[in-house]
Design a protein around this ligand. Sequence first.
Ligand SMILES: [Zn+2]
Length: 640
Amino acid sequence: MAEFQRGNRRALSMRDIRPQGWLARQLQIQMEGMTGKLYEGWDSVGSYSGWLGGTGENWERGPYYLDGLLPLAFYLGDQEHYEIALRFVEWTLESTMEDGNFGPVSSREDYWSRFVMLKVLIQYKEISGDARVLRLFSGYVRYLEKELPVRPLTQWSRARAGDLLYCLGWYYEQKPSEEILRLVDLIREQALDWTDLFADFPFVRGADFYYDWQDVFTRHQGEEFDRVMNYHATHIVNLTMGFKYPAVLSWFYDDMDFAGNARQGMRAAGKYHGVASGALNGDEHIAGNDPSRGAELCSVVEYMFSLQVLLETFGDREAADQLERLAYNALPATITEDFMSHQYLQQANQVLVSKAPRDWFNNNDEANRFGLEPHFGCCTANMHQGWPKFLKSLWYREGEDVLEAMVYAPCRIETQMGGKWVRIVEETEYPFRNRIIFRFEQEEPVRFCLRLRVPGWCKSSRVKIYREGAGLAEEEKRKDWKPDGPGISLEKVWKKGDVVEFYPEMKVHATRWAHGSLAVERGPLVYGLDIRERWEKVKQTGMFSDFDVYPETPWNYALDAKQEFQVEERMVGPVPFSKAEAPVVLTGKGRRISRWKLEHHSAGKLPEGPAQADCPEEKIRLLPFGCTKLRISQFPWYKS
Ligand SMILES: [Zn+2]
């Protein structure tokens, strides 16, 4: 039987953290872009929404949108957009039905869309303290207790039951009850068991190796169709949501090594389907690790949220490395710099963005276009949670004694430790630079342990502690600020004016990927070939445009495997992930491989190294992956 046994590690409350520096600018760009404009510009989440009592979309899109709009508006203090989000929240809070269910009546039988709305309401409660949220939860628990035994979770709700358990875990902490524990037992019985899949990950190739989509699609229907092709277990967004499943089970059970299981699942999925950007290929189902296959934007932001839950639960530093890899590479690369259009699918090696048949499992010919809703509108609704939830993923606390910076980005925190206020400003241009400064600003001295994660790619790091306007602090002379395993623990009485500077060494290094390909990395950033892009507008929908992108310079380069790249650090401009003003540029050498050409409108099969690079050596430029819309990020290589 379930028993609540969650440890005392938590992400900081939304009220305790604010963005600074480049991250604040990124959030502002997002609000000036699609997130701020969709309510007016896209009917799926506009005033006809079923989640406002209208006759429009009544499923996941409204809740998906709010899951990003609400925290974004809150962090930016943007009253106008916060009020738009509140309209949906207010309507939802008043929508509870007699049986305890809530949401649009027209979709009342659907479970899944409710899970997303519960996640929104958790954030709203954290911001506002509004007790009506607990009343809605209490009604929904009552509803599920009666309903699930006769109408169990199926399909999406079964595959994504981890999100429901996450919400119930949160609710249990607010208002413990036997009822919730009984419900958790029942949900575990009905849920798709990701722990079983992660223990021995069965899909070591793309879904097309196991299933012929056309055949399955034409010959089977309904539940049989799901079963025949393992539809939900191979669905990429389900899988990335599923990584949180072992973590949330560990809040209630101790019958297995949940932390190990989650790690095992992520490692296996990464090995067989991962690309250098941190994304998992899935177009729409797991697609193998070829860099020309597609990775869906929903899967990027859902993976990021699962990692936040894993970090809160296990404090696993590998999860933090993975979160930075996704947020600093895959996420910015698949949304335009003005945040006005996005792709459904991105490619690690993306050399042409256009409407054309590609080797996707079953996504359509528009899936890698930039636009309002290329292929399908789920990502249009769901992409907004990426950056705001990332902010909440930066800092963690363990009880009243430990504050941990797990993921690095500029921000300001203000929280209570042992009843005393702690104020820290984190100044940094990480991930573009390796200098991270923590300034203590609280009036009263407070004793606690500040923990800093040492990233997995970092071979050596340095910490400086001093007082503003004075020399090195007494404590620094103790020389014991060495990493203890994967982290550095700094325990002392922190006073106003104390400063900690952390320098994780960022060296350019190569990592190996599918077909023996090489990726060039420096710190958390992966680098891609700078290809000149020609953007062509192909469609206008209200205020949104769709684009194709054509390469104006060659892309078929192999890299000299042994070379040293020259690193040029530039200013981090108003648009952090800008191509024209990329904050870091690497220069090195490459040779073109003339037989490496387009196949099915993507970069063809990657030549295995050492490749026969038949063209003369040239100087090439690499930019941060997140700054590119066309690129090679997994290169063939040759020996010089
Ligand atoms: Zn999507």
